[in-house]
Design a protein around this ligand. Structure first.
Ligand code: TYD
Ligand code: MG
Length: 462
């Protein structure tokens, strides 16, 4: 038997001939698990002898007439449809990842019920909860009457044979979660790489053959990866992450891979006592509790995909008693903060060396755009000098290592959103502004951080 065993890393999926305490590939400890080679596991599977002549496959024309392009399943949850690129594509597989308790099951039950109410056939399969628990949740969400088919089942072979026997394959199948599924062709325990991979493979095969959209829930490990294998991410068409922290009511749905749409879109939801509610205008939500006349806070006019989102950036610069002062960041990149601090130090003669610096993006949003550089710089200057930033102003612009401020994309959209939310001033990079955008209030163009420093320190909250 020993000869037929292989060892599979549960973290990265690497295969090794012998056991070791540490995976040679991803360097994780205690992740190698013994699996049988002959059971169709990793590195196993049926091996047929090549028979020489293969079957002739039929080639099709890309633009052939009369070929229907399948219509997407529009869920009616606007924020979800935005992230998937306009609804689920029939025959596609979508992986929804997120930490436990973030609201994945809630989101998918709401999706299932809205689609079912629109006349689509939806099957919701859970391996995590009993059907009575799902009913309880449905009651809480007020969707008890939706004609969703429900089952608590974990055997993928039984699931697929049931689905194949239905008169017409369902439009949407929801699997909650992939880590609870197991296939009896494998000996490995549910949740192991081989099981997760084999079950996903079978589900995706079913989706492609029957033109059913499949949504698979995947748990996330503590370092933010979908538990076990990254392999599933490669296999599916779309990977969505549902994130947010338990201290906030907001939940953000983000596409990290999408074969049928853009990956930079986000959907914003609010967790209420009666389920998830869409937030069509996130800016209002992110700015709702803002206190504009204290120092160290500015409003950044950002973009999330095609949608402008205004967020508050807060900085606290305080004298430090430590030999190496602290630099703590929530919602932004630590290295980017170090860069901005260095630029302010060398080009604007602002000294942060003896200060602790804390930076926070309010509302739990994570910003990745370099366009936030100037807003961060403004918050830092304001906090260091205890001078509030000009009222009713938004900031955006990328800062280079020389201290120059560079223009960014979608400036018109940022200005428009700012005006819509009542911000009269925009502090932005020097660039050509279209006549239409000029009307968007009072625009101050800045081409170097020294100008920003001078403006903030001399004018203050004026
Ligand atoms: P759930 O969807 O079970 O999370 P996941 O499937 O990602 O593990 O959501 C659980 C959390 O959501 C739980 O902490 C309670 C909260 N919740 C509400 O606040 N309101 C609701 O209507 C529901 C159903 C859940
Ligand atoms: Mg769940």
């Amino acid at each position: 038997m020993a000869k037929n065993s292989i060892y599979v890393c549960q973290s990265c999926g690497a295969v090794s001939g012998k056991w070791a305490g540490k995976c040679a590939s991803c360097e994780e400890w205690n992740t190698l698990v013994e699996e049988s080679k002959t059971q169709g596991g990793v590195g196993g599977g049926p091996k047929k002898k090549a028979s020489g002549a293969g079957r002739t496959i039929k080639l099709e024309k890309l633009g052939a007439k009369g070929i229907e392009i399948p219509e997407r399943l529009v869920t009616g949850l606007g924020e979800l449809d935005r992230v998937t690129g306009g609804g689920f594509v029939p025959g596609s597989a979508t992986l929804v990842g997120g930490e436990p308790g973030i609201g994945k099951s809630t989101l998918l039950l709401q999706t299932a019920s809205t689609l079912a109410n629109r006349g689509k056939t939806v099957v919701y399969l859970t391996g995590e909860e009993a059907t009575s628990q799902i009913r309880l949740r449905a009651k809480r969400l007020g969707v008890m009457d939706a004609p969703v088919d429900l089952a608590a089942e974990t055997n993928v072979t039984d699931i697929l044979s049931t689905l194949r026997k239905t008169q017409q394959p369902p439009d949407l199948v929801i699997i909650d979660s992939i880590q609870t599924l197991w296939s009896d062709t494998l000996e490995a325990a549910p949740g192991t790489v081989s099981q997760v991979r084999a079950c996903s493979q079978e589900l995706i095969q079913f989706a492609k053959n029957c033109n059913t959209a499949i949504v698979i829930v995947g748990h996330v490990t503590k370092d933010g990866q979908i538990a076990g294998p990254k392999v599933v991410e490669h296999m599916v068409d779309t990977v969505l992450y549902f994130e947010g922290d338990s201290g906030h009511r907001y939940r953000i749905l983000r596409a990290v891979k999408n074969r049928y749409g853009a990956t930079d879109e986000i959907g914003v939801f609010e967790m209420r006592s009666a389920g998830l509610k869409e937030v069509p205008n996130p800016s209002e939500l992110f700015l709702s509790e803002r206190n504009s006349d204290s120092s160290g806070t500015v409003v950044f006019a950002g973009m999330e995909g095609t949608r402008p989102v205004l967020v508050e950036i807060q900085a606290l610069v305080a004298p430090s008693h430590l030999a190496t002062p602290r630099r703590a960041v929530v919602g932004w990149d630590q290295n980017r903060l170090s860069m901005i601090l260095a630029v302010l130090d060398s080009h604007c003669a602002l000294r942060f060396g003896t200060h602790d610096v804390y930076l926070n993006v309010a509302g739990g949003l994570k910003i990745v755009e370099p366009a936030a550089d100037m807003a961060v710089a403004a918050a830092l200057i304001s906090s260091l000098s205890s001078v509030p930033c000009p009222a009713e102003s938004v900031f955006f612009g990328e800062v280079s290592l020389t201290g120059a401020v560079r223009s960014v994309s979608h400036q018109g959209a940022r200005l428009k959103e700012s005006k819509k939310l009542g911000f009269k001033n925009a502090i932005m990079p020097k660039s050509k502004v279209k006549a239409g955008d000029k009307k968007s209030g009072n625009i101050r163009m800045i081409d170097h951080l020294t100008q920003l420093t001078a403006m903030l320190l001399t004018e203050g909250a004026g």
